[in-house]
Design a binder for this molecule. Structure first.
Ligand SMILES: C[S@@+](CC[C@H](N)C(=O)[O-])C[C@H]1O[C@@H](n2cnc3c(N)ncnc32)[C@H](O)[C@@H]1O
Length: 413
């Protein structure tokens, strides 16, 4: 079927794709959207019918549109400098810190080449039998099915990428199969990078998220990085693709040269040392008090001074208190601090998000959804670029994108 398509339908289709994936408008291929819409029309559906379906972001049509625009390009040992760094620097550092097991996550793994490359790298870099596992996730279930099959053709083995660690064996004329020990430690699951990874997947020491965020809007990219960093173990590493971020993510330090795009989450001891150094610097910077004159006896009794009433703790301080409790494993205490915070300051967006994520992690999704709805409606009322105060100042669009992604998750399940 040829002819012009309804522009409102196309615009809504792009909006739905963007809200599910986080993609920028210019990263959503028009031909792919047109193709899916035309196929539906060819099946006898009408434009108003499709528009009606797209009012619900979780729909068959939304899923088809998202699948059509995804780019699954990948190959073994892509960006070999990351695997060399992990093997030579990051793994020895983790062992030195006393790690008893190591876990990796290939976030946006496409057909699995990156996840298996990470598994092979970790296995070859650790003493025999050291507990190690790797999770690969992607939004696209069909790619994950290919990953689970673990057989690959020549396209996955580019000449440009070296075979750094034992990874596969030849099992056909043009086919290779992942080695059983590598396959045994690698699992795959569907997950959207804009939604919190369910708690059952645990935390990670190495996260690779490469050539994914490059398609995202800045708000979606910030939201994804913030969620990724929450799943890192203290001291864990995040590796991003070239030019995917222009600043060091909050709570992290850059490791290696800037072009490596490798970041490490600070440990609690490092955070404490930084806080102590900052408070020492603040003390040194305080103006020295002028030497006091000898006190003169007052002729009149001093007027009674009003004792200032201590202001209630600002939301950020309460929020930090909750974060400390989470860090100590006191999720119940953190939850009651956050509940009080949300009651007292319902417009404090970081509090709504934190409590929603805490409830989600503890399996109480029904308690998280109303908070995410409240977060979305409040964030929508702010100018998207307005910075919202919190433990880290983030633009209002970050909160809107986080809530959108959470409330739309499941669209592809
Ligand atoms: C170009 S591939 C990159 C694969 C691999 N990371 C690499 O660097 O070789 C990008 C992958 O990101 C996935 N992706 C895109 N948006 C996503 C999202 N919001 N959540 C999870 N995966 C996403 C796509 O389905 C695709 O498989």
């Amino acid at each position: 079927m040829s002819g012009a398509l309804d522009p409102r339908l196309l615009a809504r289709a792009r909006e739905v794709v963007a809200s599910i994936t986080g993609f920028r408008n210019d990263a959503i291929a028009s031909e792919a959207v047109d193709r899916v819409v035309r196929a539906e029309l060819a099946r006898g559906r009408t434009a108003p019918d499709l528009l009606g379906e797209l009012l619900h972001p979780v729909s068959h049509l939304a899923t088809a549109l998202v699948k059509a625009i995804l780019v699954g390009e990948t190959y073994f040992f892509r960006h070999p400098e990351h695997f060399r760094f992990i093997s030579h620097e990051a793994v020895p550092a983790a062992l030195q810190r006393g790690a008893l097991a190591l876990r990796g996550w290939s976030a946006g793994c496409a057909s699995g080449e990156e996840a298996y490359s990470l598994a092979a790298c970790l296995q070859a870099s650790l003493p025999h039998g050291f507990p190690v596992e790797v999770l690969g996730t992607d939004i696209h279930e069909a790619s994950l099915e290919a990953a689970r099959r673990a057989t690959y053709g020549t396209w996955s083995r580019r000449e440009s990428a070296p075979r750094l660690f034992p990874l596969y064996s030849e099992t056909g004329e043009r086919e290779v199969t992942i080695l059983p020990p590598v396959r045994r430690i690698t699992t795959f699951a569907q997950a959207n990078l804009l939604a919190p990874l369910p708690e059952r997947f645990g935390r990670f020491d190495f996260i690779l998220c490469r050539n994914v965020l490059t398609y995202f809007t800045p708000a979606a990219r910030d939201a994804a990085i913030s969620l990724l960093s929450r799943t890192l173990n203290p001291g864990g590493w995040l590796f991003l693709g070239a030019v995917e971020v222009d600043r060091v993510p909050a709570g992290m330090v850059r490791e290696g040269p800037p072009e490596l795009q490798a970041f490490r989450l600070l440990t609690q001891e490092e955070l404490n040392a930084r806080a102590a150094a900052a408070s020492r610097a603040a003390t040194l910077a305080r103006p020295v008090a002028a030497p006091s004159r000898r006190p003169v006896a007052p002729l009149m009794p001093a007027p009674v001074r009003e004792v200032p009433v201590a202001p209630p703790p600002p939301p950020t301080r309460q929020h930090l208190n909750a974060l400390e409790r989470i860090e100590e494993g006191d999720e119940v205490g953190a939850s009651s601090v956050l509940e009080a915070l949300v009651r007292q300051a319902p417009d404090y967006l970081p509090g709504l998000l934190e409590l929603a994520l805490l409830r989600e992690r503890s399996g109480a999704r029904e308690g998280a959804v109303p908070l995410m709805r409240a977060l979305r409606s409040r964030a929508e009322r702010l100018p998207p670029d307005q910075l919202v105060e919190g433990p880290e100042a983030l633009p209002a669009r970050f909160y809107q994108a986080s809530a959108d992604a959470y409330l739309n998750q499941g669209a592809l399940e």
